[in-house]
Design a protein around this ligand. Structure first.
Ligand code: UDP
Ligand code: MG
Length: 320
């Protein structure tokens, strides 16, 4: 009956062989305690270590264990999206593979879901064992995002959450090329509630989010939920033209009413560098948006599946 599990748990993983067996143990412990039927949907995001072998082995003994394997690394957000495409549960839980998100919290999420909430997201009140830079940059990012968008995206909240089938179906209709899952879930609306938790340290292994992936995630978040960076060009231009105009009046006045002519080779160079710099930054901002438009227009599939195990259900978005 696992084919129609009531609760689906999506676990994106990228080279997580050091933790994945323990993650399975803790998760299945918790899920058994719920008394509901469940599936553990592991999405191997093109990792090259033994984690898919471990999952395949587990899936032979435990039919709730399912595996979707990508043909290469497509990224965490796309792995989560693939999980939502393939999940069959009435409730869908998204959780990291490294046990930074305590599986036991799923029980509280289910309680809230039973109360009628359609999205239960886990807000980090504390983050343990992460570098100061990570904590600081994450905190800054959530606040910039919150300030720049009309969609109320909760701060300090990752993808660890429970969503109802209705929300999952809506998410599956979106099909964005650079999905920012936590923002899109907020965007769908429905009744949402937060529960707070302290984020643990990663159980073992290294972070799979180097700076490059963190920057990509933040740019995806900001560009897909705000046009403000584009408007910045207009504001900067207006401010600089006004400043330039005032300065020009001053220069003319000096020439007409005094003997001194303006000297200023150095200041000309400085202004040139500043103005050209601002222009190029704004071109870069526009480029970010155009690149994303291009990604949408090409219409390539979001991910390519190389292998599946224990999966019978056809995904809601098979080849788009
Ligand atoms: N992950 C993934 N694909 C990637 C990078 C990460 O599926 O390209 C998974 C990873 O295995 C983990 C989750 O996404 O389950 C969060 O990654 P990680 O814990 O390394 O990020 P951090 O907690 O350090 O921000
Ligand atoms: Mg982690």
């Amino acid at each position: 009956m696992n084919n129609q599990a009531r609760i689906s748990v999506i676990i994106p993983m990228y080279n997580e062989e050091a933790v994945i067996a323990e993650t399975y143990r803790r998760l299945s412990d918790v899920m058994r305690r719920t008394g509901e039927s469940y599936e553990l949907l592991f999405v191997n995001d093109g990792g090259t270590d033994r984690s898919p072998d471990i999952i395949r082995e587990l899936s032979r003994r435990d039919e709730s264990v399912k595996l979707i394997g990508f043909s290469r690394n497509f990224g965490h957000q796309i792995a989560v999206t693939a999980g939502m495409d393939h999940a069959s549960g009435d409730a869908v839980v998204i959780i990291d593979a490294d046990l930074q998100d305590p599986p036991e919290l799923i029980l509280d999420m289910l309680d809230k879901w039973q109360e009628g909430y359609e999205v239960v997201y886990a807000k980090r009140s504390k983050r343990k064992g992460e570098s100061l830079f990570k904590k600081w940059s994450a905190s800054l990012f959530y606040r910039v995002l919150h300030a720049s968008t009309e969609v109320p995206i909760p701060v300090d909240t990752g993808d660890f959450r429970l969503i109802d089938r209705k929300v999952c179906d809506e998410m599956n209709r979106l099909g964005e090329r650079n999905p920012f899952v936590r923002g899109l879930v907020s965007w769908t609306g429905f009744r949402q509630v937060a529960i707070e938790y302290e984020r643990d340290e990663r159980l073992a292994g290294e972070t799979k989010y180097p700076l490059k992936k963190m920057i990509k995630l933040s740019l995806d978040g900001i560009t897909s939920f705000s046009h403000k960076p584009l408007k910045l060009a207009g504001y900067a231009g207006a401010f600089m033209s006004a400043a330039g105009f005032v300065y020009m009046l001053y220069v003319i006045a000096m020439a007409l009413f005094t003997d001194s002519t303006m000297r200023g080779w150095a200041s000309t160079i400085c202004l040139m560098l500043i103005f050209n710099g601002v222009t190029l930054i704004m071109l870069g901002v526009i480029g970010e948006y155009i690149g994303r438009i291009y990604d949408e227009v090409k219409g390539r599939p979001l991910y390519i599946v190389r292998e599946t195990h224990n999966m019978q259900r056809t995904p809601s978005r098979e080849a788009d």
